[in-house]
Ligand binder design. Structure first.
Ligand code: IVH
Length: 509
């Protein structure tokens, strides 16, 4: 049975089989995402499968499986950490994918609360941080424990690790006797890229995105490892309290800020659906320069007494919803593959694409990681993209999320030219006159020539970062300064005051 058959066309028998298949796919994805910190499905695909599962269950309620993911939040806590029971369950959020879903959500709220459709109702809108949620309990102003979401009932005790996060206060002044602050732990793009550079140097597997890096870093049995990985925390919610923080969401979040927590600066109050959507579009446009990943916006009813009237469904509050940013996918032609020399000497293949707009941004380059990735296998030899290799001339699907360098998500084999040839890394290097070698057990070809590496690397950056800003680490800033000005592709250059060896440059197109 094709997996994309519309839900309305499914027979009962097909629906049952589809629910079984989805249960397997979703539970595996859930474990990979929450417990192993290495998802195989991208978020948009995961969300759409979960939605399909929910729609089939709604059409055939009798077929709902006892293990349905619709009733689950996260995954079982990882072994090795003490488990702590949450004083109040840590829930998930319902999703909206388009304007219509947001309008339906607002209409549902008003109907529930007996508010006329044209009457204004104050809402809040804030970024949905793409990290992992954490509950931090304070008693009499002292941090007593910090717990991950886990399965929503029980989480992992990561107190020692949370104490290493610079913007989580360890003591509070004038706080309620019992205060459980909830929010998101995340890693900035800059820390993520530094971490991966270090891991590549140490021949360790790199993290695929900042969320996985944050999750992998917080859930370390040795807190010294967490300490070495700069994590940050945004406070946006609370659990058990001995005294109210305010009468509205806005007041409560302000109160958390005054107690010393970092709250997101893009928090806004909106009193119409139009204002919510305008804020969503503004943030979506600016998300690539935020410096951390967000995957949507969260809208909440501002008045806390209305929130408690609305209450909860089994795993989600009725008074809030996540409005996800659209999946950033587009098809285009792979024109060529270039080899770039990285700062560490790694020779990285880069896809040159026929320009295509992906999520509102024109993309003409994508990373191809390494020789194995092009061949359709990962470092362990397992298939990726269903084992499809990538060839020059192929029609490829480009995926771009946030500020990460675009990737090739898929290849359309039905459009492949009959005379196309697999990409040959070694021949390409020879053709380009780049000296390189690949050691047994190393996924990466490495530069083995005699030209000074820093000059090569900087020249290579020109292609990859056309029109974008990047931060370079220079061991000899003055030499780098004269080189990049000489190279003539820098529009703007600034030494970052925080560190003498960081330079911010803007590359011209
Ligand atoms: S409010 C009752 N606000 O998204 C649930 N959640 O998909 C209250 N998240 O589990 C959550 N940013 O980990 C809220 N600004 C934000 C958020 C946010 C990220 C996460 C959170 C939650 C997940 C739901």
């Amino acid at each position: 049975m094709p997996h994309n058959l519309p839900v309305l066309d499914l027979t009962e028998e097909q629906a049952k089989r589809e629910l079984t298949r989805l249960a397997m796919v979703l539970s595996k994805a859930n474990i990979n995402y929450h417990s192993e910190d290495s998802p195989e499905l991208d978020d948009a695909t995961f969300d759409s499968l979960k939605k399909r599962n929910y729609e089939i269950e709604t059409r055939f309620p009798g077929l709902k499986r006892p293990d349905s993911t619709s009733d689950q939040v996260g995954a079982q806590p990882k072994d090795g950490f003490a488990k702590i029971r949450h004083s109040q369950r840590m829930l998930s959020l319902g999703n909206a994918f388009n304007h219509g879903d947001v309008e339906d959500f607002i209409a549902r709220l008003k109907k529930f609360l007996n508010i006329a459709p044209n009457q204004k109702m104050l809402m809040t809108a804030e970024p949905k941080i793409d990290g992992l949620s954490l509950a931090i309990r304070y008693e009499y102003g002292k941090l007593v424990h910090a717990v991950t979401r886990g399965d929503g009932e029980h989480g992992e005790d990561v107190t020692a690790n949370a104490l290493t996060i610079a913007n989580i206060p360890q003591t509070l002044i004038d706080a309620p006797d019992v205060l459980e602050v909830r929010g998101e732990v995340y890693m900035s793009h800059e820390s993520f890229s530094d971490l991966n550079v270090g891991r590549a140097r140490a021949n360790q597997k790199s993290f695929s995105n900042p969320r996985n890096a944050a999750a992998g870093s917080l859930r370390q049995l040795d807190p010294r490892i967490t300490q070495a990985r700069p994590l940050l925390f945004f406070a946006y919610a609370w659990g058990e309290l001995s005294a109210a923080l305010g009468t509205t969401q806005t007041e409560a979040v302000q109160c958390l800020a005054s107690l010393g927590f970092t709250i997101n600066p893009l928090f806004a109050q909106c009193d119409t659906t139009e204002e919510l959507l305008a804020h969503y579009h503004k943030i979506e446009l600016g998300r690539s320069v935020l410096g951390y990943d967000i995957d949507g916006m969260v809208y909440k009813v501002d008045d806390l007494s209305l929130q408690s009237r609305l209450g909860f469904r089994s795993t989600t509050p009725r008074w809030a919803i996540a409005h996800k940013f659209p999946a950033e996918l587009a098809w285009t032609e792979l024109l060529d593959v270039d080899i770039q020399v990285g700062r560490t000497g790694a020779l990285s293949p880069v896809a040159r694409l026929a320009p295509v707009t992906v999520g509102g941004v024109v993309v003409s380059n994508a990373t191809l990681h390494n020789e194995d990735y092009i061949a359709g296998r990962d470092g362990k030899g397992s298939q990726i993209r269903g084992g499809k290799d990538i060839r020059i001339g192929d029609w490829v699907q480009v995926y771009r999320a946030g500020d990460v360098i675009p990737k090739i998500a898929d290849v359309d084999l039905s459009r492949r030219a009959s005379n196309s040839k697999p990409f040959d890394f070694a021949s390409k290097l020879k053709l380009e006159g780049i000296e390189g070698s690949r050691a047994v057990g190393d996924a990466v070809w490495r530069y083995s020539g005699s030209e000074p590496l820093s000059d090569l690397a900087i020249e290579a950056l020109r292609h990859l970062y056309q029109g974008r800003r990047l931060i370079l680490k220079a061991s000899e800033p003055s030499r780098l300064n004269s080189f990049i000005i000489g190279a003539g592709f820098v529009r703007q250059l600034k030494f970052l005051p925080s560190s003498s060896d960081l330079v911010l440059i803007t590359c011209s197109s």
